[in-house]
Design a protein around this ligand. Structure first.
Ligand code: ZN
Length: 407
């Protein structure tokens, strides 16, 4: 594995500028293409799993975070409030309070539960400048977040479904966890809620891990301030561990926000909140993917999926036609013509592009392309339209191995 900061510069994925500030990376076109593919993937995965997507503002009043407990338990990680028209407004440290208010915006019946609200939204952390770097320690991040509001009976099933979504996403991304962690409170007293709800939430998570047959380690001091969590840990290029995915069972915030639903018995009941993230923040996920794949992303994530290589200038119109067809199929394609050097040097400089379509006189005359795969395999010339359609179908299937005509 290589450092994502170095690869990010070399591959022009992201950058920083002192005038924007430390911990505030910007995304260049190639990095934005990877991130966009990832965002589309996760939104689709969630939609199929019964989630509804929402948007909520990145600012909120100080009172909101006093109710949620962030103001008392997490203020060191928050930006200072901004005075605005006699009120104090803060950049949000998490999305949970906004989602709790959206749940509370009207009456809820047990028939609507589980209600799964998802958002790919901004959250902000006042990290000290000394620890900032690349995409892993940032002051602004886009989080793949969701909150499931459900009955106590539904918690285990929902958490199990989250674990399955995490496995499915990791298979598509080519990511492997180093371990599952049951994150429990420590002795430092930064936690809220009664011991009884902590025991209950911990019992639920322990049972889910046992049912799933997953080996895990319990770590004290790693819980969220409002509840314990299952964290899925991955390692970076220096073997440092980080949490990519998380599932948290929360009995505290539903109390704080006085959330309820009307049960089948006509009475008011308290829902449980399951907080979960499948791939964490876009920043951390892409940092991990860069290191995991050394820049050679699975075809569906690659910034460029196809490079078209005409062997002579006279074949540029044929190359343009292939690139156009590819774009129409939704593929990210580029032409690398003879002005960029010999065929060999163009192939080398495109070594991270999963598919390279070589066009010579014979191929152009027959409407064909000769595909080379990134790993060096070469396919016999194929009709261009059929080959591109097959590649597009393979990309849409979100696999880690490359398409191959013989497969
Ligand atoms: Zn949350």
């Amino acid at each position: 594995m290589r450092d994502h900061r170095k690869l990010g510069r070399e591959l022009e994925l992201f950058g920083t500028d002192p005038l924007i500030g430390a911990g505030l990376p910007y995304w260049l076109p190639a990095g934005a293409a990877v991130r966009h593919a990832l965002e589309e993937y996760v939104r689709d995965l969630e939609r199929r799993a019964g989630y509804q997507h929402i948007y909520s503002p990145v600012l909120g009043k100080r009172e909101l975070y006093e109710i949620s407990g962030h103001w008392s338990q997490y203020r060191d990680g928050m930006y200072p409030p901004v005075e605005l028209g006699g009120e104090q407004v803060v950049l949000r440290p998490s999305l949970c309070p906004h989602h709790a208010l959206i749940y509370r915006s009207r009456g809820r019946s047990y028939r609507e539960l589980p209600l799964r609200l998802a958002e790919l939204g901004g959250q902000y952390r006042a990290e000290l400048s000394g620890v900032l770097g690349g995409l892993t320690r940032v002051r602004a991040m886009q989080l793949n977040d969701a909150h499931i509001f459900c009955t106590p009976d539904q918690v285990a099933g929902e958490a199990r479904a989250c674990l399955q979504m995490i496995s499915q996403a990791y298979a598509a991304l080519g990511v492997e966890p180093v371990r599952y962690r049951l994150s429990l409170p420590g002795a430092d007293g930064k936690y809220v809620g009664s011991p009884r709800i902590w025991e209950h939430a911990t019992a639920v998570l322990t049972e889910i891990l046992a049912d799933a047959g997953l080996a895990y380690e319990a770590d004290d001091g790693e819980a969220a301030f409002y509840g314990p969590k299952i964290d899925v840990q991955v390692a970076d290029s220096s073997e440092r561990e980080a949490t990519l995915s998380t599932i948290q069972v929360d009995f505290y915030q539903p109390d704080q926000f006085d959330l309820h639903y009307t049960g089948a018995d006509g009475a008011r009941h308290r829902p449980v909140m399951v907080h979960r993230s499948i791939i964490g923040s876009m920043e951390r996920a892409v940092a991990h993917l860069i290191e995991r794949h050394g820049g050679a992303f699975p075809d569906w994530l690659a910034p460029e999926q196809l490079v078209v290589l005409p062997i002579a200038d006279a074949l540029l119109p044929a190359a343009a036609s292939v690139a156009r067809q590819a774009a129409e199929l939704g593929l990210r394609a580029r032409i690398a013509g003879p002005e960029l050097g010999t065929l060999g040097s163009r192939i080398r400089s495109s070594r991270l592009v999963p598919y390279q379509a070589v066009i010579g006189d014979t191929e152009a005359a027959a409407g064909q392309i000769a595909i080379r795969l990134r790993d060096g395999r070469r396919l016999p010339p194929l009709p261009a339209a059929a080959a591109l359609t097959s590649i597009a179908a393979h990309v849409a299937a979100h696999r880690t191995e490359l398409w191959h005509a013989a497969a």
